[in-house]
Ligand binder design. Structure first.
Ligand code: HEM
Length: 407
């Protein structure tokens, strides 16, 4: 196959409207079964008028491992900016190795499983406090009162944001996601908000190096002191932690509860798993099915024959983790929630390769504690209205989940 090809009955994967009522799993099933890669036209937000939709796990892993041919330097997600902003030079997600490896090393140790296990006590305090406050209302919105609050407080503490500024930072992060919607000049508003967030982080780590505490602003500020990071890289990294640590984890908590309340089988299987000490198996299955960050992007640095598809220099490849996680060759009955999979952790919800998620251990810890506290407090909820989806082809957003406590 040499030419970009259009298949007419597949909806436009570049349009958030396609994801407004739900993830277009039928379309992904069709694309995954096609030979080669599927070309999705996208006049805005790409360099060559569209992107190649990559839907098979082995193709995604291959592309993410080859950072020489498939760069992150033009942007890690659709839509790509018209002109590469200078901030991309300092940003973890928009650098390739070896520069990416240097920036990432600065914080990698802080998110290892052994370090994160020590967070259990204070994360549990946050979870209990948030659950108690929400359940005391009797009726509440799970997304705004629980799913958004837990990760926001956890990441604010990890970064080292003073308590009185936490709501402010969360507000900026939400504004940023809204501004990332596709426009003629993709990302213009987002860049303004990023600047405000970066300035906040700059002020934060400079204070922390004078009065060190146990948080990421201190760790990364000290890297600047030692010359391992420059100030702009430090600001961008702290801002990224606030963004990446919040949106995905809250999406995951929102959808997981929706699935539990919509399907008694999912609810029973999850609570059994928690009681049997298999909570992490359930978490991986939720992650596979939900895939909170549905996709990431790379751009080809040169023409390449990718298993028969002729990718041109400048072409964008859109890595649909959400489709790969439902690959029938990898997961038996992929559209079903099952806790007896031999490869339950073999999903791509956290990506792969050098850019694989740094916060996976932390995200799983938050979810494990949330499930454990729901079970041990015997909290029973029921749906109390219509769940609402967000407007995004990037994050599998759920914006509302009205619930009521069952007495
Ligand atoms: C359920 C929750 C989460 C999901 C589904 C998720 C998913 C992802 C995905 C798909 C990527 C891109 C990987 C790639 O390009 O291959 C990523 C990158 C990243 N995530 Fe997460 N994430 C979650 C939570 C977190 C948390 C809690 C943090 C921070 C504390 C975090 C920090 C990061 C960072 C720093 C990167 C960039 C890594 C790099 O470019 O080297 N994530 N995440």
């Amino acid at each position: 196959m040499t030419q970009p090809r259009e298949v007419t009955d597949i909806p436009n994967l570049a349009d958030p409207a396609t994801f407004a009522q739900g993830v277009p799993h039928d379309a992904f099933d069709t694309i995954r079964a096609l030979p080669g890669l599927y070309w999705n036209p996208a006049p805005v937000g790409t360099h060559t008028g569209g992107f190649w939709a990559v839907t098979r796990p082995q193709d995604i892993v291959k592309i993410e491992a080859d950072t020489v041919t498939f760069t992150s330097s033009q942007g890690g997600a659709f839509p790509l900016p018209l002109k590469r902003p200078v901030e991309f030079d300092f940003h973890l997600m928009t650098n390739d190795p070896p520069n990416h490896s240097r920036i990432r090393r600065a914080a990698a140790r802080s998110f290892g499983p052994r370090i994160v296990a020590h967070f259990d006590g204070w994360v549990r305090e946050i979870v209990v406090e948030v659950l108690d406050a929400a359940c005391a209302k009797g009726q509440f919105d799970w997304v705004t009162d629980v799913a958004a609050i837990i990760p926001a407080r956890v990441i604010a503490r990890v970064v080292g944001t003073p308590p009185e500024k936490r709501e402010y930072v969360v507000g900026l992060v939400l504004d940023l996601f809204r501004a990332l919607a596709v426009t003629e000049d993709s990302g213009a508003g987002a860049r303004e908000i990023s600047k405000i967030l970066y300035a906040f982080m700059d002020d934060l780590w400079r204070k922390k190096v004078l009065a060190p505490e146990e948080d990421m602003a201190t760790v990364l500020g000290q890297c600047v002191e030692r010359g391992e990071l420059n100030a702009q890289e430090c600001n961008a990294f702290l801002a990224l932690l606030a963004i990446a640590g919040f949106e995905t984890t809250h999406t995951m908590m929102g959808h997981a509860m929706r699935m539990i309340l919509e399907d008694q089988g999912v609810q029973d299987a999850t609570m059994d798993a928690v009681r049997d000490g298999r909570t992490l198996v359930a978490i991986d299955e939720f992650l596979r099915m939900i895939t909170p960050a549905m996709d990431m992007a790379r751009v080809a640095t040169k023409p390449v024959d990718f298993n028969g598809t002729q990718i041109r220099e400048g072409d964008m490849v859109q890595l649909f983790f959400i489709a790969a996680n439902r690959d029938p060759m990898t997961f038996d009955e992929p559209h079903k929630f099952k806790l007896d999979r031999p490869n339950s952790a073999g999903h791509l919800a956290f990506g792969s390769g050098p850019h694989a998620c740094m916060g996976a251990n932390l995200a799983k810890l938050e979810l494990r504690i949330l499930f454990e506290e729901l079970a041990s407090r015997n909290i029973k909820l029921r749906l109390n209205g219509e769940p609402k989806r967000g407007w995004s082809m990037f994050v599998n957003q759920l914006t509302a989940l009205p619930v009521a406590v069952v007495e």
